[in-house]
Every structure is written in structure tokens, then in C-alpha cells.
Write a protein that binds this ligand. Structure first.
Ligand code: NAD
Length: 412
């Protein structure tokens, strides 16, 4: 029987907890979300009818700082998924060492069926109903699947109507509306830096290393662009419509132009078409799942030819898939480190908002690199100390940090 995302995250966590030998009460404290808000969102649709939607904000843990986490608009959003993603944020912010806790929000809606005005009304209604529970020193949302800088701009504006000027209440805002330079590319850049460090530890370089990237949205396309610029060979990429393969490496800047013109990677000149199963098992050194959760099952994991997996997406491996990768000696860079670049630069955006001062893009990128590189050293130390996988080591490191803050507050 396959587990849902919440159970999978909790199983990874429980393994790390058993390494640390935590007392059971602690386990419950760290597994259970602090607060869950569920709201009914009613808006007028463009045709005059009433639209009914359900929204959630789950606040998992704030021992290390204000709750932090994205806002997702998707038909499959449910409370279990939001809980799992909220918990992952607690461990992600701890691994990357930014002073935040973990939260996540979502609205159960298919945004492709709504007009832009309807999405705006839905977003503003959501803020009307949750503004009492968030704030720049309480809980700071950000973009996630199907939400973007534009949505965050409406979010900021609506919150400000209730509470007064507070740009730090949400991150991922447009650069011209209190956003940060370098935020858009941050997750892809962080993932590129993470695999760069791992390759270096094995005496290898990005240059000449071959990659297959599933998903060509924010994370996948920035990853491909930045890795390609460092001399990496991107042999395969895919999006929801299908995939392409070029054995000698894709000209990524040309592909970006093709995607801009056609809306998909499919049909790129000189490439062989492949499907979204093949993208995971093509011949390459590094696989980067950067689209959806749970795509690397045990069956897929057994067929992966890459030696490294970089979890650009959240939760791309099932529990069984992750175990098969470990058994086969494929090194998996876990999501709570590999895709933490986004939340790291969200933290820089928040700092800039509180300072009311803009950083240069160079400063943002330098500070991001510092956090990714430091986390790699800390994860390696935990791997050596506890003789565990990189994923368990990352969870152990995060648990130690959250536990320390909990104890130091006197709550442990
Ligand atoms: P996005 O919407 O910009 O891009 C998603 C990409 O995946 C698109 O290219 C889409 O076509 C593709 N896709 C969708 N369904 C697919 C399918 N069935 N098969 C293959 N490809 C498919 O989203 P994003 O922001 O790039 O996020 C991707 C993943 O990374 C998500 O799991 C998200 O939670 C995670 N993530 C994103 C950020 C961030 O800063 N954007 C940070 C951390 C984690």
C-alpha cells in the first residue's frame, strides 16, 4: 500500500528520531502541527454565480522563528498534503539555517478554470480570513505551485488594508513591489550549488557532467540554465507535455527561446522525443526531478541510471523509491537541502523588508551560496557521525536544531 505524502515525511522523520533516540513525548511534539486553520472561501465568479472553495494554513513549528512556507493553488490540495509540506518547511529552514519555523497553505482549486480576476478575488478573500493568524513576525507565506509574484503582490496589498504597511508579511513579491533581486532563480541556483558541492566532494565537476531534468518551470528551467552556464551537459528535459533528449547536450539558451515561443520544450529542433517515464531513467550522471511529488517509486528507482538524484521538487521519492536508491548506492540530495534556495532568498527578502533596504543581486547570490555550502558541511558531518544516508542526516541535523531551540525556550 502506498503512503500519502504526510506519512512518507513522518516515516523519514521517525527514522531520524530513532537515530537521536528522542523520548516519545518529544516525537509527538515535533510531529504534530501547532495550529491548523481551515477557511471557507466564497467569491462572486465573473458570470455572477457563487464560487465555494476551501483554504488551509497549517503552522507546524515556530521554535526557531516565525512560521514560513508557501501557498499552493491546486485541485488536489488537502489537509494531509498541507501538513506534510508544512512539516518539511520546519526541517528545511533548520537545515539551511534561516531563523524561521515551518508552515504551508493551500486552496483547493483548479486555477486554470478561473479568470485572473477570480484568482485575485480568491486570494484577497483568503487574506481577509487568515490575516489574524499571520504577520511579518508571525507567519510569512510565499509562492508555491500555481502561485507567483503577482499573487503575492495582491496578498501584500490586501494584508496592508487590514493591518497597515507590512511588506515582510509575504515573500516572493515582484521586485518592484518590495521583492528581492535573485528570488526567481534562487531555488534552481541553490540546487545547482548543492550538486556542485557533492560532485566536488567526489572529485568531480559540473563541467562535463550530464543531467536529466524533469520539469521545466521555475526550478527546472533555472537549474538547467545555471548548470549549463557552468559547463554541465543537460541531455534531457521535460514538462507536462513531454520530454526531449540530445545526447551531446541541449543548447539551453536556445531551448528557453523555443519554450518562450511555443510554451513547451516539446518539438525542440534536433532533439529526440522521450516521455515522462523515460526522462527519469535515461543515461545520465545526475537526475533532477523538479516537477511533482512521488515520481520515483521503487520500480523507477531500480531503473535509474544516474549516480546522483537532486530533489528539486518537494517529495519526489516515495519511501520505497528512496530506499531502493540507498540500496543501489545512488546518492540522493534530499529536498530539505537541495531545494532550500527559495526559502533562503525568501529570508533575505524578509530581512530587506524589515531593514527597508535593498541588497544587490551579487550580495543575494553570495549569501545564498554561503548557506548552501555550510549546510553541505553540516550534513556531511551528521552522515559521518551517525553513519546514515544523506536524507536521514539532513533530518537529524534539522531535528537537533529545532530541539535545541525548543529546549532553550524552556518548552522541551
Ligand atoms: P512550476 O509550476 O513553475 O513548474 C512545474 C513544471 O513541471 C512545469 O514545467 C510543468 O510543465 C512540469 N510538470 C507538471 N506536471 C508534470 C508531469 N506530470 N510530468 C512532467 N512534468 C510536469 O513549479 P516550480 O515552482 O518549478 O516547482 C516545481 C517543484 O519544485 C514543486 O514540487 C515545488 O513544490 C518545488 N519547489 C519549488 C520552489 C520554488 O521556489 N519555486 C522551491 C522549493 C520547492
Amino acid at each position: 500500500m502506498s503512503m500519502n505524502a504526510y506519512e512518507t515525511t513522518n516515516t523519514f522523520l521517525k527514522r531520524a528520531m530513532s537515530v537521536l533516540d528522542l523520548e516519545p513525548g518529544y516525537e509527538t511534539l515535533l510531529l504534530t502541527p501547532r495550529r491548523e486553520v481551515r477557511v471557507e472561501l466564497t467569491i462572486r465568479m465573473d458570470d455572477g454565480s457563487i464560487g465555494n472553495y476551501i483554504g488551509y494554513r497549517v503552522q507546524h513549528d515556530n521554535a526557531r522563528g516565525p512560521y514560513k512556507g508557501g501557498l499552493r493553488y491546486h485541485p488536489e490540495v488537502d489537509v494531509d498534503e498541507v501538513r506534510s509540506l508544512a512539516s518539511l518547511m520546519t526541517w528545511k529552514t533548520a537545515v539551511i539555517d534561516v531563523p524561521f519555523g515551518g508552515a504551508k497553505g493551500g486552496i483547493q482549486v483548479d486555477p486554470t478554470k478561473l479568470s485572473e480576476k477570480e484568482i485575485e478575488r480568491l486570494t484577497r478573500r483568503f487574506v481577509d480570513l487568515i490575516h489574524d493568524f499571520i504577520g511579518e513576525r508571525v507567519d510569512i507565506p510565499a509562492p508555491d505551485v500555481n502561485t507567483n509574484a503577482k499573487v503575492m503582490g495582491w496578498f501584500f496589498d490586501q494584508y496592508t488594508l487590514h493591518e497597515g504597511f507590512s511588506p515582510g508579511v509575504v515573500t516572493g513579491k515582484p521586485v518592484s513591489l518590495h521583492g528581492s533581486l535573485g528570488r526567481e532563480s534562487a531555488t534552481g541556483r541553490g540546487a545547482m550549488l548543492a550538486i556542485r558541492e557533492v560532485l566536488a566532494a567526489d572529485g568531480k565537476k559540473l563541467q562535463g557532467t550530464s543531467f536529466s531534468v524533469q520539469g521545466f518551470g521555475n526550478v527546472g528551467s533555472w537549474f538547467a540554465r545555471l548548470a549549463h552556464a557552468q559547463g554541465a551537459k543537460i541531455v534531457a528535459v521535460s514538462d507536462v507535455k513531454g520530454g526531449i533528449f540530445v545526447g551531446d547536450g541541449i543548447d539551453v539558451p536556445k531551448l528557453l527561446e523555443h519554450v518562450k515561443a511555443t510554451g513547451s520544450v516539446v518539438g525542440f529542433a534536433g532533439a529526440r522525443s522521450i516521455n515522462n517515464e523515460e526522462i527519469l531513467t535515461v543515461d545520465c550522471d545526475v537526475l533532477v526531478p523538479a516537477a511533482l511529488g512521488h515520481v520515483i517509486t521503487d520500480k523507477v528507482a531500480a531503473e535509474i541510471r544516474a549516480k546522483y538524484v537532486v530533489e528539486g521538487a518537494n517529495g519526489p521519492c516515495t519511501l520505497e523509491g528512496s530506499d531502493v536508491l540507498d540500496q543501489r548506492g545512488v546518492l540522493c540530495l534530499p529536498d530539505i537541502w537541495a531545494n532550500a534556495g527559495g526559502v533562503t532568498v525568501s529570508y533575505f527578502e524578509w530581512v530587506q523588508n524589515l531593514q527597508q533596504h535593498r541588497w544587490s543581486e551579487e550580495k543575494v547570490n553570495e549569501e545564498l551560496e554561503r548557506h548552501i555550502v555550510a549546510a553541505h558541511k553540516d550534513i556531511r558531518a551528521a552522515m559521518a557521525r551517525y553513519k546514515t544516508s544523506m536524507r536521514t542526516a539532513a533530518f537529524v541535523l534539522a531535528l537537533e536544531r529545532v530541539k535545541a531551540a525548543t529546549d532553550q525556550r524552556g518548552h522541551g
